[in-house]
Write a protein that binds this ligand. Sequence first.
Ligand code: PGA
Length: 306
Amino acid sequence: MSIRHATLHQLKVFSLVAEQGSFVRAAEALHLTPPAVSIQVRQLAEAVGAPLFEQVGKRIYLTEAGRVVAAGARDVLHRLSRIGDELQSLQGLEQGFLRLAILTTAQFFIPRWLGHFCRQHPGIEASLFVGNREQVMQRLTRHEDDLYIVGQPPEKIQAVAQVFAPNDLVLVAAAGHPWQDRSRIKVQALDQQPFILREVGSGTRLVTETFFTQHGIKPLVRMELGSNEVIKQAVIGGLGLAILSEQAVQAEIASGSLVRLDLQGLPLKRQWYVAWPSERALSPAAAAFVELLMQPPPALAQAPSV
Ligand code: PGA
């Protein structure tokens, strides 16, 4: 056997196990069972003629041969996706795909832009992955999509990141909260207040925790919830306060079920970025979508459904 007998599928599976450091996580991402993933990696190791991983306690580590194969597999897979890009660019904007990966918080406005884009280019098929910062960054590392909508530029991968909209984070409470008419509330007032946080891995969570640490405050974390939607309902239900993206709470503030509190130091001024790996040329569809994002948001056909 030799590496020449390896298949692309084996390289893809192995690459993901190497990146995740886990057979189980790679299996989840590929929608396969862990034994199916192990078989692919074992067959690749047989082709290479050397083990690719070694196990120390519960963790797996790449062997020296594993590291060589992992670097090669990455090159092959990136090259393949560039060939796909080049083929797509031959088709211009008449046909093709636009794959977007966006943060959960961006789901409150990106679909509107996407709808507008798809109406302008009916031949383009679009797909949308929605996840938290950690999940979107993992997809960026693997070049799984054309464009990534993120709340801060990627740090661990060479990427182009262009600002296209403001992303302020605000403090919200249930309507009727005793602080709702107070102005310039001191940050220290948050100490020991019941608070609801996003899950670990969320960009909103990261920024909120940094804000707490900077001001030396320790709110009473009542709950950690994995979605802006559920957090809004919990806040409306009076379970605590939350810091969320202004775009995520606009509709509830307008309808009066949530109120925005005037805390000193807020809003946390952030921005939305559209990013893509530097080494990758944009397809015509991706380039046209970036251009669209740089223009004022399309007018609302109807109120955003949240
Ligand atoms: P999140 O990110 O949806 O992962 O919380 C939002 C942001 O970074 O602003």
